[in-house]
Design a protein around this ligand. Sequence first.
Ligand SMILES: [Zn+2]
Length: 703
Amino acid sequence: MICLSGVKVSGCFEKTWFHKIIRPARRGLLAGLLAGSALSVAQAAEPDPFQIFAPLAYPQPVNLYHSGNGAPGPMAWKNRADYNIHVHVDPATHTLSGSETLTYTNNSPESLSTLWLQLDQNIYQQGSRGAYAAPQRLQDHTDGMIIEAVALSADGRETPLTPLVSDTRMQVPLPQALPGKGGHLTLKVSWHYTIPGEWGGRTGFSQNQDGEMYEIAQFYPRMAVYDDQRGWDTAPYLGQEFYLDYGDFDYSVTVPKGFLVAGSGALTNPDAVLSAQEKARLAQAATSETRIMIRTPEDVQAIVHQPQTETQTWQFHMANTRDIAFVASPTLLWDAARLNLPALEGSDSKNPAPRLAMSVYPAEAAGAGKWDRSTEYVKHAIEYFSGKWFPYPWPNAVNVGGHGAAMEYPGIVFDGKEDAGAELFWVTTHELGHGWFPMIVGSNERRNAFMDEGFNTFIDVYASDHFNHGEFAPKHDVEFAPQTGHPADDIVPVLKDQSAPVLMTPADLISEKYRHSVTYFKGAYGLQLLREQILGADRFDRAFQHYIALWAFRHPTPSDFFRVMESEAGEDLSWFWRGWYFKNWGPDYRLKSVSYVNGNPVQGARVQVENKGWLPLPVVLAITWMDGSSARLTIPTETWSQRNTVTLQIPGKLAIRSAVLDPDHMIPDLNRADNSFTVKLTAAHQFAPSAASTPTVQGASAP
Ligand SMILES: [Zn+2]
């Protein structure tokens, strides 16, 4: 998710309310416990190598499910949820009614006496926990998800079960425990709910100029995850993100005839719902590098002026996914272009080839620099991320121009019809980037937000650089380097903010004030520092690709990530994880003095550098001599394992004109005022550059 300035996004306003109104006192206390104390005490004191480089105990242990090298262990398992879903959207009453057949496979070693499902629509009930966590939800509400029936289906018989609903969760006690190691059962559930208006945020109906549109997500009872960390993960839905298991989905959506339905996965009954002209245009799009209009403004006008009483059912299939979502409306334009990706294995009507990048949006969103370019951005994001990190595993990718949820679901993302220019590129790339984190790499985003937003924002930075010769580079928006576009400078206020939470803080505790600056920006910049300042691109990319491949369609913990990066890149990174992820520590170097051996530059120079920070990132020292020649050296982290001041021997040459630590602002040095010295040039220097003036270190006495 992303909240862009100037774009109306209910989720973003909600969390601001949470921050301002509900619990300022508690937030301050928690922040102190989690972060502030770590920063203020440590950073005020002289760095202590025994603390900085102490062995780090990771929160999640090594066992048969999680190996020491960060890979899934020899006994690793994951449960599976396969769905067959049918829903009917009724615009007359703004209701969605549905039924699902859910096949759940328990691969854990334990037998399960109950099942837990998520009923996210209950967040809209009056008095829900989520409403109190985001108080403007107290103003608008629905009755939530009304469960009509739950039954166990076996051998052609259905046994009714009595569920126990608790806020956004539903517990289903089983008459007989579901055995582990492959036991499976089939559950049938039917339900209905009132679709919220635009205030629903991530799901709801909104008004386009030609009629209503329905952005439908979190619309069916979804299996909670049972994992090797805590058994059932039943954290209630407070408006943050999700944690789901993988499975195959067949789903169908019944809507009035004339509606367009675009959804996760592949449309499997095009003959039943598309016109001959639409099918012909789709075939054309399948061979086109640029967008082809499938449904034009003229088509939409013809549809919306011919009210229909009949309905139509659109059928979709998506394999190996955590979730699905769809959009439905008669008002949507539709365009598509070919995705240059290999056909999926077993290509058939359920996995059609070629695969398509698509956009659907109302007529008012069309225009140059607006949604006319959306499919170009979709195509770039999917192809670029596939080539760089991991192949996109699903048939199509759809960008929806809706009321502005800025929200990701597998295979489809809900963006804003008013998004345009660079913001449309950035938000499209970001939401589709979530296809990799957490849709492919299925971390627990309800708990470990940095593995979702931070990792995704990191890959988005390079996608911006890559697109159309850097047309929208560098990435410079609310979620990354928001002030100047230079991350090393923009992150410093965050590192100095004693109330800022640390990256390991549970997602629910991070207020709106810090959501972008910490979870997105600091999370992404940490990986950039690791890639560009610590490991180098080759070692980082190889290790990060390995992490993605190891944990694709699985549930990694933060410790798994830390361990993979250390083992695969070949580096003990305890000091970095501790300083950047568990604390808010930053680097701070000082150029202490410059002198010459026997006072003679020809015999060599001595440059004294002091470490004043608790995150000793490698730092570049740039020396420029009086004749304008220059040299650079990198002072490695290990320099500081036994000392806080080091004297560097510089080979003899001319007098030094300037010495600068981190000249290119590549690390977030907390105080740059003491990073450099420069000799003021005099006429004598210009005529006799070898003359040794008395070097003065600027900033040496600076505060
Ligand atoms: Zn996001």
